[in-house]
Every structure is written in structure tokens, then in C-alpha cells.
Design a protein around this ligand. Sequence first.
Ligand SMILES: NC(=O)c1ccc[n+]([C@@H]2O[C@H](COP(=O)([O-])OP(=O)(O)OC[C@H]3O[C@@H](n4cnc5c(N)ncnc54)[C@H](O)[C@@H]3O)[C@@H](O)[C@H]2O)c1
Length: 438
Amino acid sequence: MARISVFGIGYVGAVAAACLARDGHKVIAVDTDETKVDLINRGQSPLVETGLGNLIAQGIDSDRLFATSDASFAIDQTDVSFICVGTPSDPSGALDLTFIKEVSRQIGQELRDKDTMHSVVLRSTVLPGTSDDVCLPLIERHAGKTAGRGFGFGYYPEFLREGSAIEDYDDAGLVVFGALDEATRNFLHMLNATQDCCLHEVGLRTAEMVKYTSNSWRATKVTFANEIGNIAKACGLDGHEVMDILCADHKVSMSPKFLRPGFAFGGSCLPKDIRALKHLADRTQTPTPLLSAVLDANDAQVLRAERMVRESGAHHVGLVGVSFKPGTDDLRESPLVDLAARLLGQGINVSIYDPFVARIAQEQGEDRFRKSKLPQLKHMLVQDLADLVNEADALVIGNFYAETVEILREASVTKPTIDLTRLRRDMVSTGTYEGICW
Ligand SMILES: NC(=O)c1ccc[n+]([C@@H]2O[C@H](COP(=O)([O-])OP(=O)(O)OC[C@H]3O[C@@H](n4cnc5c(N)ncnc54)[C@H](O)[C@@H]3O)[C@@H](O)[C@H]2O)c1
């Protein structure tokens, strides 16, 4: 079993650390955020993700998982380091590599005095050339060693989806990596030995590009399905039925994932990754009309929902779901946050029911939302769905939560209800109920 340090305990790092410990590896999770370090060491998850709390608790109980902010200790006690720090957008849409540079410097410094071979495996989403042009020179300079000989290096992107992260970790669907040396290559093959898919071993730059290709394709699928849904609705047709039929065409390997008409895509990956790819294309004078259209169409879907709410004449909206999708508390670039902020901006009062965000609000308080577009979110949250239904004069269903279906279906018979997710397949726009594209 391997000894692995995981730098960055966000959605990717926390899931990787917990799953690696579950699989028998000795794992040290490293983060600069002491709150996350403390939570892990108390056996608690720093974020809401199905099954993650249990795995972290088991990892701590079995002594296979430990968290620290001490990078030096982590490098000393392990043979492989995963880099899972954030790569957000900067204001121009370019990739902000601040965290990547900092962690590369830190790891390089710690490798200087280490006399055994250590592999660094980058898992964050980075544009082609980032490993070669940014990480490796920094690690080499600070370590005083050459990549591939003095230390190992690989790029191994993560494809998990929040909300089904552990399931996706175990059944990735796509595994691609590049490695500069034998030790890192063997480690990545060992780690993926049980994956039920082909392992693609390629150059670092190709692996980096595949990650952006995958996310751009996912975003394009969402937008395409939404547009088909919008057109189908205008023709009195059921867009979900149309897309189900398209997705049944396995001859061209069509995966139904991301091809379900509904609301805009969001989250911490698809929007910023499309922006970064477009930014790169602009720098290389490569026209990207399709990717630009995908972003424009995504914004248009938020405006469509906003218009539907305005047309309902509601003064107080009850919003069901605010994270970017059910099963997670992640608010980053959530189109529902955007919609709520727009409604507030129009003078419409908004109350929110979201069981996942409510959990984290209770545990971690107001600070968690300070940087979001809804800094007052904690005070907008309603614990009881029945209260939300009673208080609001229109309902907006943003995320699907199984336990809410019957209450919301019943309410939709008398109260204006705008459904962005489709509560049930037999529900079509009629009376006070309106689906965004069905
Ligand atoms: N969230 C997803 O669903 C997902 C899926 C696949 C890939 N990715 C990619 O993986 C990367 C991480 O995403 P995330 O959502 O987990 O990020 P995140 O922002 O949730 O977490 C990043 C963590 O890194 C920590 N950090 C920053 N600098 C550090 C340092 N020097 N040492 C140790 N820790 C440090 C931060 O405190 C934070 O806890 C990004 O590149 C993202 O695009 C994300």
C-alpha cells in the first residue's frame, strides 16, 4: 500500500483522500485552511457529499487518514503527493494559477532535502502546457532536482461529479494520465488497476487537454439539451421524451448524462473551464464560436427562468435548491444563486429551501457565504419546506430532492410553480404549473 499526501482538501482532494484511505493507503491530507484540517482530524467532512463523512470517520478511526497544514511533515512521511488545489478563473476569464504556483514552490522546497524518490501527481484542472511550463520549473528550481530523475511527476486529471463523487471515483468512466518516469507511471497503473475502463497513458499536455475537452463537451451537452427542450416545449412536445430517444442510440455511444433538458449548468468547473479554454483560444487567435455560444445560451437559460418568475407576478418566491445541483452544498457559480440574486435585484423577496446548504450553514455559519453573490444567504434559508410553501406566493423548483416531490406537486395545483428540474415525468405545463422546457 502506498503513502500518499493530498494537497488541497476541497471537493477533489477530500474525496481522493477518503477513498485512498478506504482502499488501504496511508494518507496525509494537507490544507492551508485549519478549519478543514480540524474537521478531518475530528472524523468529519468539510463539505456535504454522500458517503464522504463515513469514509473520513473510518479513515481517522483506522489511523490511515490524518490531516495537517504542515507541508514539510506531509512530504517527509509520504512517497507520492497529489496536488488538488483550486484553479479558479481570474477576472479576464484566464486560469488563475496562484494556488498551483504556491503549492509547487512549497513541494519543491520540501523535496530539496529528501533523499528518497518522491512522485508529484497534479490532479487540478490546468490548461495544456501548465505542467511543463509552470509546475515543473517551479518544483525543479526549489528542489534543485530534475523532473523524471530527481523526483517523479505525472498529470492525472479528475473527472468526478459533485453529488456522485465517490461513485465516480470508483467507476471513473475515463482514466487518462501522463507520467515522466517509471515510478509515477507504475503508481498510476496500480491505483487504477480495478477501473472498469481503458487506461489512456499519454503525454502531459494531451492529458491536460482531455480534461478541458471533457468539460466543454459536458457543457455543450447541457446547453444542447436545454435548447431542444425549449424548442420542444414551444411545439407542444416533450423534450425529455425526445432526448431519451436520442440517448437510447447506443450505436454512437451516446451517454444520457448532461443531456436532460432543464436549467443552466454551473458549479466550480464547467463555466470556468470553458472560459479558460476560450481565453487560451483567443490568445492563439483561434475562433471559438461554438464555445462562445454555449456560454451565451447558458446565460439565456437563467434569463428565461427570471422572465418566467417575473411573469408570475410574484412578490415573494420560495426557491427550492440553491447549490449548483442536488447532493452538494457547492454554491460556486450556481445558476440558482444567480437567479436568486437577480430576483432580489428586482425587488422580489426570496426564501430558500436547500437541505444540503442548510447543513453546512448550521455547521460552519455565515462566513461560508461571505464571498458568494448571496452573502445574506443564511438568513434566506428556511428549514421546513411547508413553511416555504406557505410563505411564498410562487415556487421555483431549482433542484430535485426526492422527499419534496409530493409536497411540491400538491402545491403546484394551486400556487404558481416554475419547475426548472422536472419533479415528475407526468408533469407538463398546465394551470399554475410551468416547466422551463416541458
Ligand atoms: N469540484 C469538482 O467537482 C471538480 C471535479 C474535477 C476536477 N476539479 C478540479 O480540481 C481542482 C480542485 O477543485 P476543488 O473543487 O476540489 O477545489 P476547492 O477550491 O474546493 O479546494 C481547494 C483546496 O485547496 C486548498 N489549498 C490552496 N492552496 C493550498 C496549498 N498551498 N496547500 C494546501 N492546500 C491548499 C484550499 O484551502 C482549498 O481547501 C480544480 O482545478 C478543479 O477545477 C474539480
